[in-house]
Structure formats: structure tokens, C-alpha cells
Design a protein around this ligand. Structure first.
Ligand code: GDP
Length: 308
């Protein structure tokens, strides 16, 4: 593999970290070797690796320390593991587990729109909820995940934008499109109170494996996104942060920060609300960055959920 395939930051591991990290207190298992090397970053040392990218001289370097990794259940991470960095999903802080399999989307279909949790499908299949501020790129991401240009349009039809929309994947799990929040130009009385509308779903939906909270990485941190993330953290709802629009690399006049800096700011601001570091992935629906990584991460969460 070549250095150009690396995510645009380098991993820095602490010199004297604890010997292992476990996200959940599970029995230790032998270290799992990667099964799909092409999807992994290529760092293979525990020392900081300076990466020179001549095409992007201003590129800031983010650092991920061992204690900032998301380690799935039943997965052991040792600081002296020479292949640890090859087990981290590209452009994320997620370590792969033995449950990361069957990630491909073969079939996707819209099933139903519900206005109450009780009306959602009752076949017991695991599900992942996509949620984010209006315009964050949720529909684009959903279409990219299922490789269908217009599937998510279903959720944008009149009457469905404020619903819980279920899409069945491979007849075995669901992607759930939740209403966008914080739509700035809507009159106050029409704006969704996301807390009232979705709180019940988040708390009572027993098939919900994880919320995927979409955050626009091309703009500075928004208060409403922080509030949403902190509410999920405080209520211990499993959450993965999906940073969208990471292809937008040019400095903006307003804020002037690059995606990596916005991502880093966001994480710093929410860390106090979480007992352990939430998983996060950088994505772009323009370049399909992060698409395979999201699907692998969903697969490992789902397969673990199904087994327990
Ligand atoms: P939604 O309201 O959250 O469903 O957002 P959409 O998927 O409709 O996207 C909102 C706008 O952002 C559209 O103009 C998209 O073309 C654009 N967009 C969505 N994802 C990306 C992305 O990854 N990169 C860039 N550059 N633009 C995006």
C-alpha cells in the first residue's frame, strides 16, 4: 500500500499507554487480524509517523491516541500490537472486530413511514438511525450507502419528512431516516422539536443498534449539533458520528477551518458527555469516502447485536 491511501492525518500512540482498551467489559480474546486489508489505513508502528503530502502543504495533522480509539466489544487492543494500525478503519477512530463481515448492500427497499415508535416495523430486525441537521447530506449519504440515486427521495416526499422512514436492507436489517432538525428557514411553529419527536424512538426502540449522527465537517461547530450529541451521550444512546462533506477542503471565509479542524473541535466539545469515546468516520457523498467504512462498522455492530 502507498502513503497516498492514508487518511489525511497521522496516528500518534501514547508512549506509555495502558496495555489494552475495551469499550465494554468483555472477556479478552486473542487479537484479531484484518480480513479485508484494502479498507484499512496503513500505519504499522506505535511511533508517530509524519506524513508529508506535497500536494496539500497546509494540511493540518490530527492525531489519534490509543485512548481515543473506538474498540468494539470482544476486541482486544494492545499497545505493542504491530498490526494495530492496520485494524483501524480508514478515516475513522474505529478498530475492526471479528464481527465485521457481510457488509455489502445487495438489496434496499422502502418499507414504511411511521409517526410513532409503536408503528415502526415489528419484525425484530436490527436497525441504524440516520439523523442530522437539515442539509447535512443525509439523503445523499443514504443513497450512497445503498448505491441508489433516488432511494432517499422517498423520505423527502410531502408528509414523510417528519416521519420515521424505514428502509430494509438485504431483508435482514434496517436503515432508518429520521427527520432533519434545525431547519433555519422554516417558520418557528413548523420547526421540529427533535427532542419531543424522536426522544421516544431513541429511548424505546429496542432494535436500535446505534444512532448515526451526521455532522457537516465543512462548517464550524453548530450549537444545535452539540446539543443533539450531548443529549444522546447523557441518555447513553449508542452513537456513531458521521462527518459529512469532507471533500470540501477549501478554506471558508466564515470560520476558515478545514474539515479535520472542525472534526477535532467537535470532539473536544462533546467528550465530556460520553463515558467512552464514540466512534467517528469521515465521509463524502461526492467521492464516496467512508462509504465502505460505514458499512463495515454497521456490520460489526449488527453482528455483535444479533449474537447477544
Ligand atoms: P439532507 O437535507 O440532509 O438530506 O441533505 P442532502 O443530501 O439533500 O444534501 C444537501 C446539499 O448538500 C445538497 O446540495 C448536496 O448536493 C450537498 N451534499 C451532500 N453531501 C455532500 C458531500 O458529501 N459533499 C459535498 N460537497 N456536498 C454534499
Amino acid at each position: 500500500m502507498v502513503l497516498t491511501q492514508l487518511p489525511r492525518f497521522h496516528y500518534l500512540f501514547f508512549k506509555n499507554p495502558p496495555t489494552s482498551f475495551n469499550f465494554f467489559p468483555k472477556p479478552r480474546l486473542p487479537i484479531i487480524k484484518p480480513t479485508s486489508p484494502t479498507l484499512f489505513s496503513t500505519v504499522s508502528t506505535t511511533e508517530p509517523i509524519p506524513i508529508t503530502d506535497f500536494s496539500l502543504p497546509e494540511e493540518p495533522k490530527l492525531e489519534i491516541s490509543l485512548d481515543k480509539l473506538f474498540v468494539p466489544p470482544e476486541t482486544e487492543v494492545a499497545c505493542d500490537d504491530p498490526v494495530l494500525s492496520t485494524r483501524i478503519l480508514k478515516g475513522s477512530n474505529i478498530v475492526l472486530s471479528k464481527y465485521a463481515r457481510d457488509a455489502q448492500v445487495i438489496q434496499a427497499e422502502f418499507v414504511k413511514s411511521s409517526v410513532r415508535t409503536e408503528d415502526c416495523p415489528s419484525d425484530g430486525l436490527p436497525e441504524f438511525a440516520l439523523v442530522g441537521r437539515s442539509n447535512v447530506g443525509k439523503s445523499s449519504l443514504l443513497n450512497s450507502l445503498v448505491r441508489r440515486k433516488r432511494l432517499a427521495l422517498t423520505s423527502k416526499k410531502p408528509g414523510k419528512t417528519q416521519c420515521i422512514n424505514h428502509f430494509r436492507i438485504n431483508d435482514s436489517w434496517y436503515l432508518v431516516d429520521l427527520p432533519g432538525y434545525g431547519y433555519a428557514s422554516a417558520p418557528q411553529e413548523l420547526r421540529t422539536d427533535w427532542g419531543k419527536f424522536t426522544r421516544d424512538y431513541f429511548i424505546n426502540r429496542s432494535m436500535l443498534v446505534s444512532v448515526f449522527l451526521l455532522i457537516d465537517a465543512s462548517i464550524p461547530v453548530k450549537k444545535i449539533d452539540l446539543e443533539y450529541a450531548s443529549w444522546l451521550g447523557q441518555n447513553q444512546i449508542p452513537m456513531t458520528l458521521i462527518f459529512t462533506k469532507c471533500d470540501k477542503r477549501k478554506k471558508k471565509k466564515n470560520g476558515g477551518k478545514r474539515p479535520e479542524e472542525n472534526i477535532s473541535d467537535f470532539q473536544e466539545l462533546i467528550c465530556g458527555f460520553f463515558q467512552s469515546v464514540p466512534p467517528w468516520i469521515m465521509t463524502s457523498s461526492v467521492t464516496n469516502q467512508g462509504r465502505d467504512e460505514i458499512l463495515l462498522h454497521m456490520a460489526q455492530l449488527r453482528n455483535y447485536w444479533l449474537k447477544h
